[in-house]
Design a protein around this ligand. Structure first.
Ligand code: NDP
Ligand code: MG
Length: 387
């Protein structure tokens, strides 16, 4: 039986992962499931899958979790240290699907155990790509991309020589506001931004899709994951979300990964890699689909894409600063302290202030330095939003 741990089990990716595990229960032993505020779901799944351990990230919810698990034989724990301890338990395959930079430390700890880490938490690669790759290499762990675009690129690259790659194109749906007149964006509300035209995902990534911060993170993730020159990486708007990414080779071939917008494909690919097993995803009817369309990814409408280019050029800890500033600005938008378009303004201002402080971007990429840059960026974002 394969030993499996899921970080962020109560979220959208976590639930899709459990859906796949549930279809072949006898093949897996669930080691640990982790969640945040959704104690009911966490306890229900921990019982159903007979997990060894359930962890909530919130120390104030431990008593509630214990109560919900009483008599089940499942151990309960809480808080950031308990997440690291869960990651230290030996497992063959670990899903990293906490949202935000909080997912970094548990994923790194799992890699130190030599686990195969299925990485949905793109923030890990954006904040600390070099550290993630180094840790996997040192301890014999593997990182398998779960972000649909990166899973697509990974699949298109199987058996290929990276030197033959001319370009990598990742697609973007364009999110909730792709057809809105620019002048209306100032009035956009969190509820409107949290409605995705194609994908069913967590609230934060859905709003990041509307602002294109999600695609900005993914451009950086592509550079870090595949170690590709940023000049070769592009984003294009593809409203149907059927092609997830394309890889262009020097002989002119462009290999596209096509499939319905269902994360269980990318999760299942990572779960069974290097095998391909039958997955419960819809099979495309190309004739019914009729046509696929593409539009430019406009950097005026979506300034996050321009900022991603700056971050890729700057390297170092700028990814950690960019991500943390975005996380905080998104909190500000959700709390209605800033408008939709101010999210990018806050992030740009944070990047410029932190970059102006010598040593902050160039420090070595260690977990401590990344978390320090993350903290500093949040403090600066608050200063800017509170002024
Ligand atoms: P959700 O918001 O649906 O789920 C997030 C999970 O993380 C939940 O289990 C939540 O617990 C937990 N969590 C939240 N905050 C913390 C914290 N501070 N510490 C520990 N755990 C925490 O997000 P998604 O599933 O949509 O996304 C997860 C990750 O996968 C993100 O990095 C996202 O960018 C990436 N991703 C998601 C895709 C999707 O289709 N959803 C596609 C590609 C990538 P609780 O809910 O109990 O509070
Ligand atoms: Mg994606």
């Amino acid at each position: 039986m394969r030993r499996i741990t899921i970080f962020g089990a109560t979220g959208s990716i976590g639930q899709n992962t459990l859906d796949l595990i549930d279809r072949d229960r006898d093949a897996y032993q669930v080691v640990a499931l982790t969640g945040g505020q959704n104690i009911d779901q966490l306890a229900k799944d921990a019982r159903h899958f007979n997990a060894e351990l359930a962890v909530t990230a919130d120390p104030n919810r431990l008593a509630e979790l214990r109560e919900a698990l009483s008599g089940s034989g499942v151990d309960a724990a809480a808080g950031p240290d308990a997440l690291i301890e869960a990651a230290a338990r030996p497992a063959d395959w670990v899903m990293s699907s906490i949202v935000g930079s909080a997912g970094l430390a548990p994923g790194l700890r799992a890699l130190e155990n030599g686990a195969a880490l299925a990485l949905a938490n793109k923030e890990s690669m954006v904040c600390a790509g070099a550290l993630m790759l180094r840790t996997a290499k040192t301890h014999g762990g593997t990182i398998l991309p779960v972000d649909s675009e990166h899973s697509a690129v990974f699949q298109a690259l199987i058996g290929e020589d990276l030197d033959a790659v001319e370009r990598v194109v990742i697609t973007a749906s364009g999110g909730a506001f792709r057809d809105w007149p620019l002048e209306d964006l100032a009035k956009a509300t969190p509820e409107q931004a949290a409605t995705h035209p194609n994908w069913d995902m967590g609230q934060r990534i859905t709003i990041d899709s509307a602002s294109m911060f999600n695609k900005a993170l993914e451009l950086i993730e592509t550079k870090e994951f595949f170690q590709i020159d940023p000049a070769k990486i592009e984003a294009v708007v593809h409203p149907e979300s059927m092609i997830h990414a394309l890889v262009g080779f020097r002989d002119g071939a462009l290999m596209a990964h096509v499939g319905p917008p269902d994360m269980r494909h990318a999760i299942g690919f990572a779960l069974h890699y290097p095998d391909r097993k039958t997955l419960p995803v819809e099979r495309l009817d190309l004739v019914a689909l009729g046509q696929l369309t593409f539009r430019p990814a406009d950097e005026v409408r979506w300034p996050a894409l321009r900022l991603a280019r700056d971050v890729m050029a700057a390297g170092g800890l700028s990814g950690a600063v960019f991500n943390a500033a975005k996380e905080r600005a998104l909190d500000g938008f959700l709390d209605r302290r800033i408008g939709f378009q101010q999210i990018a303004e806050v992030v740009e201002e944070v990047l410029s202030r932190v970059s102006a402080q010598p040593g902050h971007i160039d420090a070595p990429i260690t977990l401590d330095n990344v978390m320090h840059a993350d903290h500093l960026a949040r403090v600066r974002a608050d200063e800017i939003m509170n002024k």
